[in-house]
Design a protein around this ligand. Structure first.
Ligand code: ATP
Length: 132
């Protein structure tokens, strides 16, 4: 039995696929969901999500916020901001990272800049295929 994964934003279903395993980072820690996992609801931290298909291939998705719900063989990822690797503009993310680093250099307590840097680093890692 495979997992049925749905990544949903307020506007659309970003991805619908079957998977053998899904790796996420939640406020409870890193979790690997496989078929037969107990029901679960958690808060997603800004990170890469990795989805393994049955043939062992995997894909990375940049997920910047949201929730994950596991029920039966269904894994639902609900996120305001999520990007598949192919949708990421790496130059834009690199520019955003540079802006954020400059803001943090001026004010190390700039929480907004720290969050922007984290988003940019996740986007760059997903675009480059860097493993979680
Ligand atoms: P930027 O400063 O480049 O706008 P940001 O982190 O402030 O980056 P967000 O507010 O997180 O951007 O996202 C706004 C919208 O832009 C979202 O729809 C998000 O998916 C998209 N987006 C942001 N950066 C990128 C990127 N590098 N490639 C593709 N889409 C992006």
């Amino acid at each position: 039995m495979a997992l049925q994964v749905e990544l949903v934003s307020p506007e659309e279903v970003v991805l619908r696929t079957s998977a053998s395993m899904v790796l996420v980072r939640t406020s409870d820690g890193d979790i690997a969901f496989q078929p037969g996992h107990v029901p679960f609801v958690g808060v997603l931290l800004p990170e890469r999500v990795r989805i393994y298909s049955d043939d062992g291939d995997s894909q990375l998705i940049a997920v910047h916020s949201g929730f994950v719900e596991v029920a039966g063989d269904k894994v639902a990822i609900l996120s305001d901001v999520a990007e598949l690797a192919g949708d990421i503009d790496a130059e834009r993310a690199a520019a955003a990272a540079e802006r954020a680093r400059a803001a943090l250099a001026a004010d190390p307590d700039d929480a907004e800049a720290a969050a922007a840097l984290k988003r940019a680093e996740i986007r760059l890692a997903v675009a480059a295929g860097t493993a979680i």
